[in-house]
Ligand binder design. Structure first.
Ligand code: ATR
Length: 276
Protein backbone atom coordinates (compact mmCIF):
# COMPACT_ATOMS: atom_id res chain seq x y z
CA UNK A 1 0.00 0.00 0.00
CA UNK A 2 1.19 3.52 -0.83
CA UNK A 3 2.27 5.65 2.09
CA UNK A 4 -1.05 7.19 3.21
CA UNK A 5 -1.06 10.10 5.63
CA UNK A 6 -3.88 10.97 7.99
CA UNK A 7 -4.22 13.34 10.93
CA UNK A 8 -6.30 14.63 13.79
CA UNK A 9 -6.72 18.37 14.04
CA UNK A 10 -7.94 20.44 16.98
CA UNK A 11 -6.79 23.37 19.09
CA UNK A 12 -5.19 22.42 21.39
CA UNK A 13 -4.50 18.87 20.25
CA UNK A 14 -1.75 17.53 22.52
CA UNK A 15 -4.31 15.69 24.71
CA UNK A 16 -5.76 13.67 21.80
CA UNK A 17 -5.56 9.88 22.10
CA UNK A 18 -6.34 9.36 18.43
CA UNK A 19 -2.66 9.10 17.33
CA UNK A 20 -2.20 6.21 19.79
CA UNK A 21 -5.31 4.41 18.53
CA UNK A 22 -4.46 4.76 14.83
CA UNK A 23 -0.75 4.16 15.45
CA UNK A 24 -1.66 0.88 17.15
CA UNK A 25 -3.74 -0.22 14.15
CA UNK A 26 -1.11 0.86 11.58
CA UNK A 27 1.53 -1.23 13.37
CA UNK A 28 -0.79 -4.17 13.97
CA UNK A 29 -1.81 -4.46 10.32
CA UNK A 30 1.66 -3.59 8.96
CA UNK A 31 0.32 -0.63 6.98
CA UNK A 32 2.83 1.79 5.54
CA UNK A 33 1.04 4.96 6.65
CA UNK A 34 1.07 7.63 9.29
CA UNK A 35 -1.36 9.43 11.57
CA UNK A 36 -0.31 12.62 13.31
CA UNK A 37 -1.78 15.31 15.55
CA UNK A 38 -1.87 18.74 13.89
CA UNK A 39 -2.63 21.83 15.93
CA UNK A 40 -4.56 24.23 13.69
CA UNK A 41 -5.92 27.52 15.00
CA UNK A 42 -9.57 28.29 14.20
CA UNK A 43 -8.57 31.16 11.89
CA UNK A 44 -6.33 28.80 9.90
CA UNK A 45 -8.79 25.91 9.52
CA UNK A 46 -10.19 26.92 6.11
CA UNK A 47 -6.71 27.22 4.58
CA UNK A 48 -5.65 23.94 6.16
CA UNK A 49 -8.66 22.05 4.79
CA UNK A 50 -8.15 23.66 1.39
CA UNK A 51 -4.59 22.37 1.20
CA UNK A 52 -5.06 18.71 2.19
CA UNK A 53 -4.52 17.31 -1.29
CA UNK A 54 -1.40 19.41 -1.94
CA UNK A 55 -0.04 18.34 1.43
CA UNK A 56 -0.45 14.68 0.47
CA UNK A 57 -2.97 14.03 3.26
CA UNK A 58 -5.67 11.40 2.66
CA UNK A 59 -7.99 12.68 5.36
CA UNK A 60 -8.29 12.84 9.09
CA UNK A 61 -10.26 13.50 12.23
CA UNK A 62 -11.54 16.82 13.46
CA UNK A 63 -12.03 17.55 17.14
CA UNK A 64 -12.78 20.44 19.50
CA UNK A 65 -13.19 23.29 18.57
CA UNK A 66 -13.37 22.57 14.82
CA UNK A 67 -16.28 20.15 14.42
CA UNK A 68 -18.93 22.74 13.48
CA UNK A 69 -16.57 24.89 11.42
CA UNK A 70 -15.45 21.83 9.43
CA UNK A 71 -19.11 21.01 8.82
CA UNK A 72 -19.49 24.37 7.08
CA UNK A 73 -16.20 24.09 5.15
CA UNK A 74 -16.41 20.64 3.55
CA UNK A 75 -17.78 20.24 0.01
CA UNK A 76 -19.95 17.18 0.69
CA UNK A 77 -21.30 15.57 3.84
CA UNK A 78 -22.59 12.15 4.74
CA UNK A 79 -26.06 11.68 6.18
CA UNK A 80 -24.90 11.42 9.81
CA UNK A 81 -22.98 14.71 9.57
CA UNK A 82 -26.05 16.42 8.08
CA UNK A 83 -28.26 15.21 10.92
CA UNK A 84 -25.74 15.92 13.70
CA UNK A 85 -24.59 19.28 12.29
CA UNK A 86 -20.91 18.55 12.94
CA UNK A 87 -18.07 16.69 11.25
CA UNK A 88 -15.47 14.47 12.95
CA UNK A 89 -14.02 12.60 9.95
CA UNK A 90 -12.68 13.98 6.65
CA UNK A 91 -11.66 12.24 3.46
CA UNK A 92 -10.91 13.10 -0.16
CA UNK A 93 -12.83 11.37 -2.91
CA UNK A 94 -11.78 12.27 -6.47
CA UNK A 95 -10.41 15.56 -5.17
CA UNK A 96 -13.66 16.41 -3.35
CA UNK A 97 -13.45 17.03 0.40
CA UNK A 98 -16.05 14.98 2.30
CA UNK A 99 -17.05 15.31 5.94
CA UNK A 100 -18.73 12.61 7.96
CA UNK A 101 -19.68 12.02 11.55
CA UNK A 102 -18.90 8.68 13.19
CA UNK A 103 -19.73 9.62 16.81
CA UNK A 104 -23.14 7.91 16.62
CA UNK A 105 -21.56 4.77 15.18
CA UNK A 106 -19.01 4.89 18.01
CA UNK A 107 -21.78 5.14 20.59
CA UNK A 108 -23.71 2.20 19.11
CA UNK A 109 -20.57 0.11 18.52
CA UNK A 110 -19.57 0.48 22.17
CA UNK A 111 -22.97 -0.72 23.42
CA UNK A 112 -23.03 -3.55 20.84
CA UNK A 113 -19.73 -4.75 22.27
CA UNK A 114 -20.54 -4.50 25.98
CA UNK A 115 -24.35 -4.64 26.20
CA UNK A 116 -25.66 -6.63 23.20
CA UNK A 117 -29.40 -6.21 22.70
CA UNK A 118 -29.30 -2.71 24.25
CA UNK A 119 -31.49 -1.13 21.57
CA UNK A 120 -34.43 -3.31 22.57
CA UNK A 121 -34.10 -2.57 26.30
CA UNK A 122 -36.90 0.00 26.46
CA UNK A 123 -37.37 3.77 26.77
CA UNK A 124 -34.10 5.72 26.75
CA UNK A 125 -33.31 8.80 28.82
CA UNK A 126 -30.63 11.06 27.34
CA UNK A 127 -29.08 13.65 29.66
CA UNK A 128 -27.92 16.73 27.74
CA UNK A 129 -28.87 18.49 24.52
CA UNK A 130 -25.56 19.58 22.96
CA UNK A 131 -23.55 18.23 20.03
CA UNK A 132 -22.78 14.91 21.68
CA UNK A 133 -26.46 14.42 22.45
CA UNK A 134 -27.33 14.91 18.76
CA UNK A 135 -24.91 12.13 17.76
CA UNK A 136 -26.35 9.80 20.42
CA UNK A 137 -29.98 10.50 19.46
CA UNK A 138 -29.16 9.93 15.78
CA UNK A 139 -27.70 6.53 16.69
CA UNK A 140 -30.67 5.65 18.90
CA UNK A 141 -33.09 6.45 16.08
CA UNK A 142 -31.02 4.54 13.54
CA UNK A 143 -31.12 1.52 15.82
CA UNK A 144 -34.88 1.65 16.20
CA UNK A 145 -35.31 3.05 19.72
CA UNK A 146 -38.83 4.47 19.68
CA UNK A 147 -39.07 6.33 23.02
CA UNK A 148 -36.24 8.80 23.54
CA UNK A 149 -36.54 11.28 26.43
CA UNK A 150 -34.14 14.23 26.39
CA UNK A 151 -33.53 15.83 29.78
CA UNK A 152 -31.69 19.13 29.88
CA UNK A 153 -30.97 21.92 32.33
CA UNK A 154 -32.07 24.38 29.62
CA UNK A 155 -35.42 23.05 28.44
CA UNK A 156 -35.62 25.03 25.15
CA UNK A 157 -32.44 23.31 23.91
CA UNK A 158 -34.02 19.92 24.59
CA UNK A 159 -37.19 21.04 22.77
CA UNK A 160 -35.19 22.18 19.78
CA UNK A 161 -33.57 18.72 19.53
CA UNK A 162 -36.86 16.90 20.01
CA UNK A 163 -38.37 18.95 17.16
CA UNK A 164 -35.36 18.26 14.98
CA UNK A 165 -35.57 14.49 15.48
CA UNK A 166 -39.36 14.25 15.39
CA UNK A 167 -41.49 11.22 16.27
CA UNK A 168 -40.57 9.33 19.42
CA UNK A 169 -38.29 12.03 20.84
CA UNK A 170 -39.55 14.14 23.76
CA UNK A 171 -38.06 17.02 25.79
CA UNK A 172 -38.10 17.35 29.58
CA UNK A 173 -36.74 19.56 32.31
CA UNK A 174 -34.31 18.21 34.91
CA UNK A 175 -37.05 18.11 37.57
CA UNK A 176 -38.90 15.40 35.62
CA UNK A 177 -35.98 12.97 35.55
CA UNK A 178 -37.11 10.74 38.45
CA UNK A 179 -40.41 9.96 36.77
CA UNK A 180 -38.76 9.38 33.40
CA UNK A 181 -36.29 6.88 34.83
CA UNK A 182 -38.91 4.68 36.51
CA UNK A 183 -39.60 2.61 33.37
CA UNK A 184 -36.42 3.35 31.35
CA UNK A 185 -34.18 0.62 29.91
CA UNK A 186 -31.21 2.82 29.05
CA UNK A 187 -29.76 5.98 30.60
CA UNK A 188 -27.12 7.93 28.67
CA UNK A 189 -25.15 10.88 30.01
CA UNK A 190 -23.98 13.13 27.15
CA UNK A 191 -23.06 16.13 29.30
CA UNK A 192 -19.55 16.86 30.41
CA UNK A 193 -20.63 16.58 34.04
CA UNK A 194 -18.74 13.79 35.71
CA UNK A 195 -15.59 14.58 33.78
CA UNK A 196 -12.56 14.70 36.05
CA UNK A 197 -14.78 13.68 38.96
CA UNK A 198 -17.19 16.68 38.84
CA UNK A 199 -20.61 16.30 40.36
CA UNK A 200 -23.05 14.59 38.06
CA UNK A 201 -26.58 15.62 37.01
CA UNK A 202 -29.31 14.94 39.52
CA UNK A 203 -30.32 11.73 37.70
CA UNK A 204 -30.20 9.01 40.33
CA UNK A 205 -29.76 5.54 38.82
CA UNK A 206 -31.36 4.07 41.99
CA UNK A 207 -34.71 4.90 40.40
CA UNK A 208 -34.12 2.75 37.30
CA UNK A 209 -35.61 -0.72 36.84
CA UNK A 210 -33.32 -3.72 37.47
CA UNK A 211 -32.80 -4.49 33.77
CA UNK A 212 -31.63 -0.96 32.89
CA UNK A 213 -28.24 -0.19 31.32
CA UNK A 214 -26.34 3.02 32.19
CA UNK A 215 -23.69 4.53 29.93
CA UNK A 216 -21.66 7.73 29.92
CA UNK A 217 -19.86 9.34 27.02
CA UNK A 218 -17.30 10.77 29.44
CA UNK A 219 -14.27 8.44 29.79
CA UNK A 220 -11.97 10.42 32.10
CA UNK A 221 -12.40 9.06 34.67
CA UNK A 222 -13.45 5.69 33.26
CA UNK A 223 -15.90 5.27 36.10
CA UNK A 224 -17.82 8.53 36.42
CA UNK A 225 -19.92 9.24 39.53
CA UNK A 226 -23.02 8.27 37.51
CA UNK A 227 -21.54 4.87 36.52
CA UNK A 228 -20.32 4.26 40.08
CA UNK A 229 -23.82 4.89 41.44
CA UNK A 230 -25.36 2.61 38.80
CA UNK A 231 -22.88 -0.15 39.57
CA UNK A 232 -23.57 0.20 43.31
CA UNK A 233 -27.28 -0.24 42.46
CA UNK A 234 -26.37 -3.50 40.63
CA UNK A 235 -27.08 -2.19 37.12
CA UNK A 236 -25.18 -2.99 33.93
CA UNK A 237 -22.81 -0.12 33.08
CA UNK A 238 -20.79 0.71 29.95
CA UNK A 239 -18.08 3.38 30.13
CA UNK A 240 -17.40 5.92 27.39
CA UNK A 241 -13.97 4.74 26.26
CA UNK A 242 -15.42 2.27 23.75
CA UNK A 243 -17.22 5.13 21.99
CA UNK A 244 -13.86 6.81 21.36
CA UNK A 245 -12.37 3.57 20.04
CA UNK A 246 -15.34 2.67 17.84
CA UNK A 247 -15.74 6.17 16.35
CA UNK A 248 -12.13 5.93 15.14
CA UNK A 249 -12.61 2.73 13.13
CA UNK A 250 -14.61 4.01 10.11
CA UNK A 251 -12.02 6.74 9.39
CA UNK A 252 -9.15 4.26 9.56
CA UNK A 253 -10.94 2.04 7.06
CA UNK A 254 -11.50 4.94 4.65
CA UNK A 255 -7.93 6.23 4.71
CA UNK A 256 -6.00 2.99 5.01
CA UNK A 257 -8.35 0.46 3.38
CA UNK A 258 -8.64 -1.98 6.25
CA UNK A 259 -11.43 -2.38 8.78
CA UNK A 260 -9.69 -2.31 12.18
CA UNK A 261 -10.74 -4.26 15.24
CA UNK A 262 -11.51 -2.76 18.63
CA UNK A 263 -9.78 -5.34 20.82
CA UNK A 264 -9.24 -5.67 24.58
CA UNK A 265 -5.53 -5.12 23.85
CA UNK A 266 -6.24 -1.68 22.31
CA UNK A 267 -8.53 -0.81 25.19
CA UNK A 268 -5.88 -1.78 27.75
CA UNK A 269 -3.35 0.44 26.02
CA UNK A 270 -5.60 3.50 26.13
CA UNK A 271 -6.71 2.74 29.70
CA UNK A 272 -3.03 2.71 30.73
CA UNK A 273 -2.63 6.08 29.04
CA UNK A 274 -5.66 7.55 30.83
CA UNK A 275 -4.57 6.18 34.18
CA UNK A 276 -1.07 7.35 33.28
P1 ATR B 1 -21.22 18.88 23.63
O1 ATR B 1 -21.03 19.26 22.20
O2 ATR B 1 -20.04 18.21 24.25
O3 ATR B 1 -22.47 18.09 23.86
P2 ATR B 1 -22.38 21.39 24.49
O4 ATR B 1 -23.03 21.59 23.18
O5 ATR B 1 -21.71 22.54 25.16
O6 ATR B 1 -21.27 20.26 24.44
O7 ATR B 1 -23.48 20.76 25.49
C1 ATR B 1 -23.19 20.53 26.82
C2 ATR B 1 -24.38 19.83 27.50
O8 ATR B 1 -24.04 19.65 28.89
C3 ATR B 1 -25.66 20.65 27.50
O9 ATR B 1 -26.76 19.78 27.52
C4 ATR B 1 -25.54 21.41 28.83
O10 ATR B 1 -26.77 21.86 29.35
P3 ATR B 1 -27.39 23.30 28.89
O11 ATR B 1 -27.94 23.12 27.53
O12 ATR B 1 -28.41 23.58 29.93
O13 ATR B 1 -26.21 24.27 28.93
C5 ATR B 1 -24.97 20.34 29.71
N1 ATR B 1 -24.30 20.90 30.88
C6 ATR B 1 -23.06 21.45 30.91
N2 ATR B 1 -22.77 21.87 32.16
C7 ATR B 1 -23.85 21.60 32.94
C8 ATR B 1 -24.16 21.77 34.34
N3 ATR B 1 -23.31 22.34 35.19
N4 ATR B 1 -25.38 21.34 34.77
C9 ATR B 1 -26.25 20.76 33.93
N5 ATR B 1 -26.01 20.57 32.61
C10 ATR B 1 -24.83 20.97 32.12
Amino acid sequence: MADKKAFVTGHPIAHSRSPKIHGHWLAKYGIDGSYQALDVRPEDLAAFLGSLEQSGLSGGNVTIPHKEAAFALVERRDEAAEVIGAVNTLWLEDGVLWGGNTDGLGFAGNLDQYAPGWAANGPTVVLGAGGASRAVIHALKERGVTDIRIVNRTLPRARELADRFGAGVSAHSAEAVGELLADAGLLVNTTSLGMHGDATLSADPAGLPDHAIVTDIVYVPLETPLLAAARARGLKTVDGLGMLLHQAAPGFERWFGRKPEVTPELRRMIVADIEG
